[in-house]
Ligand binder design. Structure first.
Ligand SMILES: Nc1ncnc2c1ncn2[C@@H]1O[C@H](COP(=O)(O)OP(=O)(O)O)[C@@H](O)[C@H]1O
Ligand SMILES: [Mg+2]
Length: 446
C-alpha cells in the first residue's frame, strides 16, 4: 500500500502550528513579565498611599478630645472606594477608618509590610513607636482585571495570524510547486513510444536533480530499446534472403522428387519454411510498431487507405469483404499510413483465418475514425479474450500462427495514443468476433 501526503497540507499545518506554539510561549513569557511589573506598580501606589495618610491620621488622632474612639471619615460624595484603610492601635482597636472600609478584610492585629488575602492586597505601616498602625487594602480584582486585559491584548492577534499563515503557506507552496506540476503533466502527456528527454524550465533546486536523473534513465531506456528493436529488425531482415533461397530449393526438390515419401517430406519442409518466413515477417512488423514513428506529420485520409487495403485483399482472397464507409468522403487521422496498413492487414487476416468460412467479414469506418473489423464464428471465452493481445498468445485454433498479430495491432494502437477493444460475441450479435480501434482524428485546416 502506498501512502502519499500533501506537501501543501503538511507545510501549512506544520508552520501554522509551530507559529502558534511559539506565539503562545512568547505570550506566556511576556504576560508573566507584565504581571510582575503591574504588581510592582500597584504595590508602590499602595505603599505611597499608606505613607501619605499615616501622618495625617496621627495628627488628627492626637488632636482629638477622646483619642480612643473610632472615627469614620465622611466622604464629600458617595462613591465606591478603590482603596480602603483602617487606622488601629497595637491592640487592634480601630481609631479611624475610611467610609467604606470593611474591618473583616483586615487581620485581627495590624501587620506591617505587604500581605495578601484571598481577595485583597494589604500594606501596613506604623508610627509613634508602633502604637498607631495604618493598613491600606486594595481589592485584587483590579490587578487581575489589568493582567487579563494584557493577556487578551497579546492573544487576539493569533486569531488573525492563524488564517493568514495557513493561506500564506498554501499559496506559497502552490506557487513554488507550479513547475513541479507542469513537470508531472509533461510526463503524463507522453505517448508510450516517446522516450525523449522531458524539458521543464525553472524546477526548484531540490527537484531538478530528480528530473535530470529521470532524463538519464529515459536515455538509457531508449538506447536499450533501440538496440533490442534493431536486433529484431535486422535478424528478421537477414533471415529473409536465405529463407527465400532455401524455399526455392525445396520447391525444386519437391518437383524433381519421384512420387513417394521423399516428395511428401519436401512438401512438409516447404510449409515449415513458409511458416518461418511469416514469423520473420511478423517480427519485422512488431519491431516497426515498437520503433515509434507511428504518427505522420501530414493528416492521412483513412477512407482511401482503407479502400486500398481492402481492394488488395479482395484480389487475394475469394471470401467476401463488406466495406462500410462513413457518409463523408474523407476521414483524416494522424496515423502513419504504413502503420495503418500493418494494423488493418493483421485484423483482416485474422478475420479471414478464424471467421466462419461461409459468411462475409465486415470492415467499418465511422466519421469519428472508429475502425471495426467483424467476422462470424464461435464465441471466444472472456478469459481467453483478455490475453489475446499479448505476444505469442493464441486462442483455441487448429490453424498455424505465431500469436503476434494482435500484439502488433495493440502496439501500434498504443503508439498512436489510440484505443483497442476486443468483443466476442460481436456487438448486437449472438456470436462472432469484433475488433474496435479508435484512431486519432487529425484536425484539417479549411
Ligand atoms: N477475428 C478473429 N476471430 C476469432 N478469433 C480470433 C480473431 N482474431 C484473433 N483471434 C484469436 O486470437 C489469437 C491471437 O491472434 P494473433 O495475435 O493474430 O495470432 P495468430 O493469428 O498468429 O494466432 C488467435 O490465435 C485466435 O485464437
Ligand atoms: Mg493473426
Amino acid at each position: 500500500m502506498k501512502t502519499t501526503f500533501s506537501l501543501q497540507k503538511r507545510l501549512g499545518l506544520g508552520l501554522t502550528l509551530g507559529m502558534t506554539l511559539l506565539w503562545l510561549v512568547a505570550t506566556v513569557g511576556t504576560w508573566r513579565g507584565v504581571r510582575h511589573e503591574l504588581n510592582e506598580a500597584f504595590d508602590s501606589a499602595l505603599e505611597e498611599t499608606a505613607q501619605r495618610i499615616l501622618p495625617l491620621a496621627v495628627l488628627e488622632i492626637s488632636n482629638r478630645e477622646h483619642p480612643g474612639e473610632t472615627q469614620q471619615i465622611a466622604t464629600l460624595k458617595m462613591h465606591k472606594e478603590y482603596l480602603s484603610y483602617l487606622v488601629r492601635d497595637a491592640g487592634g482597636k480601630v481609631l479611624m477608618q475610611s467610609h467604606d472600609a470593611n474591618p473583616k478584610v483586615f487581620s485581627k492585629h495590624p501587620i506591617e509590610g505587604f500581605s495578601t488575602t484571598g481577595k485583597y492586597r494589604l500594606y501596613g505601616a506604623s508610627a509613634l513607636r508602633e502604637t498607631v498602625f495604618i493598613e491600606v487594602a486594595e481589592p485584587l480584582r483590579h490587578r487581575r482585571g489589568a493582567a487579563r486585559k494584557a493577556l487578551f491584548a497579546l492573544l487576539w492577534p493569533l486569531l488573525v495570524l492563524i488564517p493568514i499563515s495557513l493561506l500564506g503557506t498554501w499559496l506559497l507552496v502552490r506557487m513554488s510547486l507550479g513547475s513541479v506540476l507542469a513537470y508531472r503533466y509533461a510526463v503524463e502527456a507522453r505517448g508510450v513510444g516517446d522516450l525523449s528527454p522531458i524539458k521543464v524550465s525553472r524546477l526548484p533546486a531540490e527537484i531538478n536533480p530528480l528530473a535530470d536523473a529521470v532524463n538519464r534513465l529515459l536515455e538509457r531506456l531508449r538506447k536499450a530499446l533501440e538496440a533490442e528493436r534493431s536486433f529484431t529488425a535486422n535478424s528478421a531482415h537477414e533471415l529473409r534472403t536465405p529463407l527465400a533461397a532455401t524455399l526455392a530449393q525445396v520447391q525444386r526438390l519437391y518437383q524433381e522428387a519421384p512420387e513417394g515419401p521423399l516428395r511428401l517430406r519436401a512438401k512438409k519442409i516447404e510449409s515449415a519454411l513458409r511458416e518461418l518466413a511469416r514469423l520473420s515477417e511478423k517480427l519485422m512488423q512488431l519491431a516497426k510498431a515498437e520503433g515509434g514513428g507511428l504518427l505522420s506529420q501530414a493528416p492521412q485520409d483513412l477512407v482511401s487507405l482503407l479502400a486500398h487495403v481492402v481492394d488488395e485483399w479482395r484480389h487475394n482472397s475469394t471470401r467476401q469483404i463488406v466495406l462500410q464507409l462513413p457518409a463523408q468522403a474523407h476521414v483524416y487521422s494522424t496515423v502513419d499510413p504504413d502503420a495503418f496498413g500493418i494494423l488493418l492487414r493483421n485484423l483482416i487476416e485474422n478475420a479471414l483465418k478464424y471467421g466462419a468460412m461461409d459468411q462475409p467479414i465486415e470492415v467499418t469506418l465511422t466519421d469519428q475514425a472508429l475502425l471495426r473489423v467483424i467476422n462470424a464464428g464461435p464465441v471466444v471465452p472472456v478469459a481467453i479474450l483478455q490475453h489475446l493481445t499479448e505476444r505469442f498468445v493464441r486462442g483455441q485454433s487448429e490453424s498455424s500462427g505465431s500469436g503476434l498479430g494482435l500484439a502488433i495491432v495493440k502496439t501500434i494502437v498504443q503508439g498512436i495514443n489510440g484505443r483497442i477493444e476486443l468483443l466476442s460475441p460481436a456487438k448486437d450479435r449472438q456470436e462472432g468476433f469484433e475488433v474496435r480501434v479508435w484512431l486519432p482524428l487529425a484536425t484539417v485546416a479549411g
